[in-house]
Design a protein around this ligand. Structure first.
Ligand code: SAM
Length: 318
């Protein structure tokens, strides 16, 4: 990879504002990517003792070394939800800050051989971890029509999910669908011309998003990561999550709402019998979006939203 390619981490100022409490010693970036955020965190906190960078993608971990060679950073090929075992492997007992910048990186999107984008011609792969699991082509060529339609509807909120699934099944009966171009053309051909003219995004955008979420188990992974991250945080430590679509953001928001809640006894109970205590304080009352000036420079920032919380010094994590 050309290390001169400019890489702009999204919502960088906001990340630096929320990600760590004063005088931190340890930090984890569970979606290291090209280490844009982590490099800036390490620069801002020269006294930070240890940082852990996790990514499912072995290729990107290797490239991140060109971007950030700080000896305090240890890299691990793992899933974000494995944060507790990575913490043990790194010989640490907790983190003062954990960052997750979800989804795919611009490097992955721009690499044609990874098959993430209909803007590049390549094989339909879409796996973040290239050593594991079914590819997008496996799903498109093997799942039945109803399952495909369900994925497009649930993970892509695609209005024409059934029409697209139907045409996929017709086309693959003639020849397997192997490339990003073939799938993008099917989406194009399934959507009525009148609708297409009104669309602000490419007709394949939502089904590519849906397949990527399914291939990488992104929503299940996020649901497993959040409680593990709270467990891995030191008291007073912070968890900051950047998500890129409402399905992810809803999971983060609902999790924060559950964890910040204290007693859940009915109001008529004279004393609390549930014993539930708040586990976190939410630091961002609403999701934070990028300023127009950032979106102008980096269009990917348009859909980014950040939420952050602080683990309370007392209270269980469950
Ligand atoms: C948006 S990029 C992160 C970019 C990074 N913040 C930077 O500034 O360079 C997301 C990265 O996280 C990885 N990733 C996404 N979800 C993951 C998960 N659940 N576990 C581990 N890695 C994940 C992807 O492979 C990708 O490299």
């Amino acid at each position: 990879m050309n290390s001169k390619i400019e890489h702009k981490p999204v919502l960088l100022n906001e990340v630096l504002k929320y990600v760590l409490p004063p005088n931190p010693e340890t930090f984890a970036d569970v979606t290291l990517g090209l280490a844009g955020h982590t490099k800036a965190v390490l620069e801002k906190y020269p006294a930070l003792k240890a940082a852990v960078g996790i990514d499912k993608d072995g290729e990107i971990l290797k490239y991140s070394e060109e971007r950030c060679s700080d000896p305090r950073l240890k890299r691990f090929k793992a899933a974000a939800s494995d944060i507790l075992s990575v913490m043990n492997k790194a010989g640490l007992s907790g983190f003062d800050g954990i960052l997750a910048d979800l989804g795919v990186s611009s490097y992955q999107l721009n690499a044609p051989q990874r098959g993430f984008s209909f803007m590049n011609s390549g094989l339909l792969d879409m796996r973040m971890d290239q050593e594991f699991g079914a590819t997008a082509a496996d799903l498109v060529n093997n799942l039945d029509e109803q399952e495909l339609a369900k994925i497009f509807f649930e993970y892509g909120e695609e209005k024409f999910s059934r029409k697209i699934a139907k045409l996929i099944v017709e086309k693959r009966a003639v020849k397997p669908i192997e490339t990003t171009e073939e799938l993008a053309q099917i989406a194009m051909d399934s959507i009525p011309a009148k609708e297409k003219n009104r669309m602000k995004i490419h007709p394949a955008t939502k089904i590519f998003q849906a397949l990527r979420i399914k291939v990488n188990g992104e929503l299940d992974e996020l649901s497993a990561f959040l409680p593990a991250a709270l467990e891995a945080l030191n008291p007073g430590g912070r968890l900051t999550v950047i998500s890129f679509h409402s399905l992810e953001d809803r999971i983060v928001k609902q999790f924060f709402n559950r964890m910040k809640q204290g007693c859940v006894c009915p109001p008529k109970f004279p004393i609390c019998t549930c014993g539930k205590k708040p586990v976190i304080e939410v630091l961002t009352s609403k999701a934070i979006f990028a300023e127009d000036s950032e979106i102008e420079e980096n269009p990917r920032a348009r859909s980014a939203r950040l939420r952050s919380c602080r683990k309370l010094p007392e209270g269980p994590v469950s």
